[in-house]
Design a protein around this ligand. Structure first.
Ligand code: ADP
Ligand code: ZN
Length: 298
C-alpha cells in the first residue's frame, strides 16, 4: 500500500498522519501551532522520524491549511499563508520548507477544500463530482468540489463571508466579523454565539432559541449556495454542527427559503439527502489532507 502524509494545519494545532487511507493510519501526531518555524520543524521531524525508523517511503504530502492562502502555482508566493490575523503567521511559506526538507511532492489547499476532498474519497460524498463542505466552528468556511476538483479561481472561495439577511428586531446582535460585521461567520460561528448569548454554544440547551436563530442563518447561506452552485450534496461539519437538532431545522428552513423554485426531488422531497453531516466526522480535515496527497501523484 502506498503511504501518504497528511497535515491538517489549523490555528491551534497541526494534526499530522501517515496513512494509505482512513482504515490504515500508521502514525499520528498533534503538534501545537506556535511560531511558524518551530511548528514546521516539528512537523518535518515527525515525518523524518517515521521514514527513518520504518524505512517505509512516503509518496507525497497533502496540506489542508487555514488561510487565506496563495494557491496560484504561478505566483512567487504560492504555498504561503497570506493575510491571516493570526500573530506571526501572515505571509508565511508553508509548502517551501516542507518540500525542501522532505523532498516530496506537496499538495496544498484550504482546510475546507481538503475536508471536501476527504469526504468525496471516503465520507458522505463518495461517488459525487459536485458538492460542498462547510465547517461551522471557530470560523465558518466552505470548500467546493466541482467536476471532481476543488474550486480555486481568483484566490479561493470564502463562503463564510457572504452577507445574510439580518432581521435586527429578532436579532440585535451586530455580528463580530472584523471585515463585514454581520456576514455568515460574523453571525453564526461558535464565537458569535458565545458573544450573543453570553455563554459558549456548548452550554446552550437544545431547546434554547439560539438554535432556531442559528438554523435561520445557516439556511439563508444554504439558500445562497444551493441556488448559486447547484451542489448534489452539502456537508455541514464543525463543532457547532455537533448539535444534531440543527439539521432538521436547517433543512426545513432551506426548503422554505428556496420555496419550490428549484425543480429537483432532492430539494422538494429528499432534502435529508442534500444537507448531511460529515461521514468522516472530525477526521474529515486530516483524512482530506491524505486524499489531497494521493491526488498529487495520481
Ligand atoms: P475549530 O473551528 O477551531 O477547528 P471546532 O469546529 O470544534 O474547532 O469549533 C469550535 C467552536 O465550535 C467553538 O466556538 C465551540 O463553542 C463550538 N462547539 C464545539 N463543539 C460544540 C458542540 N458540541 N455544540 C455546540 N458548539 C460547539
Ligand atoms: Zn466576514
Amino acid at each position: 500500500m502506498d503511504l501518504f502524509g497528511g497535515i491538517e494545519a489549523g490555528g491551534t494545532k497541526f494534526v499530522c498522519v501517515i496513512a494509505s487511507g482512513p482504515d490504515d493510519v500508521r502514525a499520528e501526531k498533534r503538534i501545537a501551532t506556535t511560531t511558524p518555524k518551530e511548528t514546521l520543524d516539528n512537523v518535518i521531524a515527525f515525518f523524518k522520524e517515521y521514514t527513518q525508523s520504518t524505512h517505509e517511503a512516503i509518496q507525497a504530502l497533502g496540506v489542508a491549511c487555514f488561510g487565506p492562502l496563495d494557491l496560484n502555482p504561478k505566483s512567487p508566493t504560492y504555498g504561503y499563508i497570506t493575510t491571516t490575523p493570526k500573530p506571526g503567521w501572515a505571509n508565511v511559506d508553508v509548502v517551501g520548507p516542507l518540500k525542501a526538507a522532505l523532498g516530496l511532492p506537496v499538495a496544498f489547499d484550504t482546510d475546507v477544500n481538503g475536508a471536501a476532498i476527504g469526504e468525496g474519497a471516503w465520507g458522505a460524498a463518495q461517488g459525487m463530482d459536485d458538492f460542498l463542505y462547510f465547517t461551522i466552528g471557530t470560523g465558518i468556511g466552505g470548500g467546493a468540489v466541482y467536476n471532481g476538483s476543488t474550486i480555486r479561481g481568483l484566490v479561493h472561495p470564502e463562503m463564510g463571508h457572504v452577507l445574510l439577511p439580518h432581521d435586527r428586531q429578532r436579532d440585535p446582535y451586530p455580528g463580530f466579523c472584523p471585515f463585514h460585521k454581520d456576514c455568515f461567520e460574523g453571525l453564526a460561528s461558535g464565537p458569535s454565539m458565545q458573544d450573543r448569548w453570553g455563554k459558549p454554544a456548548t452550554e446552550l440547551p437544545p431547546d434554547h432559541p439560539a438554535w432556531a436563530l442559528e438554523a435561520e442563518y445557516i439556511a439563508a447561506a444554504m439558500q445562497i449556495f444551493v441556488s448559486g452552485l447547484s451542489p448534489t450534496r452539502v456537508i455541514l461539519g464543525g463543532g457547532v454542527m455537533q448539535q444534531e437538532q440543527l439539521f432538521p431545522l436547517v433543512r426545513r428552513r432551506t426548503q422554505e427559503m428556496l420555496n419550490g423554485y428549484i425543480q429537483s426531488p432532492v430539494i422538494l422531497e429528499r432534502i435529508d439527502d442534500l444537507i448531511v453531516p460529515p461521514g468522516l466526522g472530525n477526521r474529515a480535515g486530516v483524512l482530506g489532507a491524505v486524499a489531497l496527497a494521493q491526488r498529487a501523484v495520481k
